[in-house]
Design a protein around this ligand. Structure first.
Ligand code: ARG
Length: 288
């Protein structure tokens, strides 16, 4: 009898995890000029050939997946000579109608920032141009329902720590700094993702011991990924609160998400992985 009770209780717990999708607005940039001609992260190898047609096809599938889920996708014009522009998440970070602009660490990507800035300014967003090096939503995540609205920010490889304070001043939300320590997880969004308004998924091994402690304290119910799924860019995902669009290779993470009530939506992005990114890198969320 005790066993039946336990089983019943567990079923209730699962059934009670009612996840709700919220309609989102995203910004993406097609990989028309995508190549791997320089190496600024450990995933990039200019010797490995890229199939440009396949890259475009996979990117199209990702865009269709997001619109198919009912979301709105704005498209930024790609510019020749900016092969990494497809990773639109890096161009800015928005919270409640304010855009905090990017300032890229590497010269090769520097010009992308102006294209993003123009997009926001043309649409009447309040926009704060940064003085500090930061790579937009690649290193910032927003959790509107965590502690009244919390920004998580990564540092260690791309975004510099003073940019976290600058973002806090620009956006008026508390920023929690997290130290990235593994070069393969060089942006926050390669190792951590917002799953809904209040919870995250992450790979602990990408963070310093102290930052792991901070994450465990803030998010006791987080979904954790193992190293295999994290290295398959499983955490580089886009979630609307219910549907979690993620790299198809991250099968165990998909199972863990399903077990707690999310709906995994796998997509193939093998070509864009050669540049060191997956789903989330290609998608900036616009929070008007
Ligand atoms: N090749 C790009 C870079 O190294 C990839 C950016 C990936 N974007 C991201 N949000 N993690 O900058």
């Amino acid at each position: 009898m005790a066993v039946t009770k336990v089983v019943r209780y567990l079923r209730l717990v699962t059934v009670n995890q009612q996840r709700v999708a919220r309609k989102r607005t995203y910004l993406m940039c097609p990989p028309e000029h995508f190549t791997v001609e320089y190496a600024i992260n450990p995933w990039m190898d200019p010797q490995t050939p890229v199939d440009p047609e396949l890259a475009v096809k996979q990117w199209d599938r990702l865009r269709e997946t997001l619109t198919g889920l009912g979301h709105e996708v704005f498209v930024l014009d790609p510019e020749p000579g900016l092969p990494d522009m497809v990773y639109a998440a890096n161009g800015a970070f928005t919270v409640d109608g304010t855009g905090y602009g990017a300032r890229f660490k590497h010269e090769q990507r520097a010009a992308e920032a102006a294209a993003h800035q123009a997009f926001y300014r043309e649409r009447g967003w309040r926009f704060v141009a940064p003085l500090r090096t930061n790579e937009g939503e690649g290193d910032f995540a927003y959790l509107p329902a965590a502690h009244g609205g919390l920004i998580l920010a990564g540092y260690g490889f791309r975004t510099e720590l003073p940019a976290h304070a600058e973002a806090q001043e620009a956006l008026g939300r508390p920023v929690v700094s997290l130290n990235l320590v593994d070069p393969r997880f060089y942006h926050l969004d390669t190792a951590l993702a917002a799953l809904d308004d209040g919870n995250v998924g992450y790979f602990p091994g990408a963070f310093s011991a102290a930052s792991q402690q901070v994450l465990a304290q803030l998010f006791p119910d987080a979904v954790l990924a193992d190293d295999t799924d994290a290295l398959a860019f499983g955490l580089n995902l886009v979630s609307d609160g219910l549907n979690v669009v993620l790299n198809s290779e991250a099968t165990r993470l998909a199972g863990r998400l399903r077990a707690v009530g999310y709906q995994p939506v796998p997509v193939e992005l093998a070509e864009l992985k050669k540049g060191g990114g997956s789903v989330k890198c290609c998608v900036a969320e616009l929070r008007p």
